[in-house]
Design a protein around this ligand. Structure first.
Ligand code: FAD
Length: 347
């Protein structure tokens, strides 16, 4: 079998790169072994403001300009909804925070998103004595559904192999690579935290950050916005809410933990004051980089190998931009923005 590309990993990064290839009429085959879960469990939220200190998220506005049409096109392709616009309400802890909010509302890149007003809390189920700051044009991408649909589509065209990619089996021939029965021009590695097992790219400084989420049923909560306080509470419909997320820099396992659940419950109880039942718990490892920037580029020695990774906590917004950059580098020899490029790290 001859293809232009092999893609290793079908998370948000692999999917975004596969779409670049499809749009440009390139052939490819994807390897996926379900060894990582980040894209499947992600809250999927997109929002250009850091809600802890009301500062702009790095490059978010330009990333959203590429990401929103990207998800829209996939909705049309699969005749399904993935983008669920939802306003975010950040509860204020003090008058000082309210003042900080107003100060940031004037930021030229953020004025379209941040509403310069304090919204009072009118829901007794929520603890928010200082009211809320409200963000608009924000939302959530239902990543799990998108990835499931994409996988089915790849299966139909026989473009996915549901197995582990074994790095040792890669053979380099003139200008091409060979992997079992496949001859390809290039391999793009999109393994998320699985990068640690990749002998070609594991020199890149990935600092994995495990995250856990719970799904609760709370009949009396009745919120239709994404509540951000000590945790986020994301309405899913039918009185179900996703609550998250933890950050654990030590635990590298994918299993949900008792510790994670306890932390989320304790924090949630400071945010809402109605009964809830936990109906699910999930975990994943965010592929985070030391300097919190993505990892995009070609291997310094093996020009047939490339990487698309380091999406960290914001894969939904970054993946479409990073995939576009990588495609333009590999096919059009265009330079990558240095903040995205792996050239910032020496091998
Ligand atoms: C709890 C949690 C909440 C999050 N919330 C948000 C959010 O609200 N908004 C947001 O934008 N981001 C969020 N993120 C971050 C987001 O999930 C990541 O940025 C993104 O999913 C990373 O995508 P990826 O494709 O690089 O990696 P992954 O999703 O990890 O995908 C890599 C894929 O490669 C496969 N793979 C690895 N090695 C191999 C191999 N050798 N052979 C074959 N297949 C292989 C894995 O099985 C996996 O499917 C969250 C993450 C977590 C954990």
């Amino acid at each position: 079998m001859k293809v232009d590309y092999i893609i290793v990993g079908l998370g948000l990064a692999g999917l975004a790169f596969a779409e670049q290839l499809r749009e440009h009429g390139k052939t490819f085959v994807v390897f996926e072994d379900n060894s990582q879960t980040s894209s499947n469990v992600a809250g999927g939220m997109y929002n250009p403001v850091i809600l802890k200190r009301f500062t702009p998220v790095w490059n978010a506005v330009s990333q959203l300009d590429i990401a929103m049409p990207f998800y829209k096109k996939l909705e049309e392709k699969f005749n399904s909804q993935y983008d669920y616009p939802v306003a975010i309400q950040r509860s204020f802890k003090s008058i000082e925070e309210q003042n900080n909010w107003f100060a940031t509302c004037d930021h030229p890149a953020l004025s379209e998103f941040m509403i310069p007003k304090v919204f009072p809390n009118d829901n007794e189920a929520v603890n928010a004595p200082f009211g809320f700051g409200k963000l608009q044009h924000t939302g959530r991408v239902y990543t799990k559904k998108l990835l499931n649909d994409y996988k089915s589509y790849l299966k139909e065209s026989d473009s996915i192999r549901e197995e582990s990619f074994d790095y040792e089996k890669l053979v380099f021939t003139d200008e091409k690579v060979k992997y079992n029965d496949i001859i390809a021009s290039k391999v793009v590695f999109c393994e998320g935290f699985g990068l640690k097992q990749n002998p070609f790219f594991n020199y890149l400084p990935m600092q994995e950050a495990k995250g856990e989420l719970i799904t609760i049923k709370a009949l009396d909560l009745n919120i239709d916005y994404l509540l951000k306080s000590a945790v986020f509470v994301l309405p899913l419909g039918d009185d179900l809410y996703k609550v998250g997320a933890t950050f654990n820099w030590k635990d590298k396992t994918l299993e949900p933990s008792e510790e994670g659940r306890k932390e989320l419950v304790e924090k949630l109880e400071t945010v809402i004051n109605v009964p809830f039942e936990i109906i699910d718990q999930t975990a994943g490892i965010r592929p985070t980089v030391k300097d919190r920037r993505p990892l995009v580029g070609m291997h310094p020695q093996y020009k047939a190998l490339a990487v698309l990774n380091g999406l960290g906590t914001r894969g939904v917004m970054i993946a479409p931009t990073a995939a576009k950059m990588l495609f333009e580098l590999l096919e059009e020899n265009k330079e990558i923005d240095q903040e995205y490029s792996i050239e910032r790290f020496e091998k």
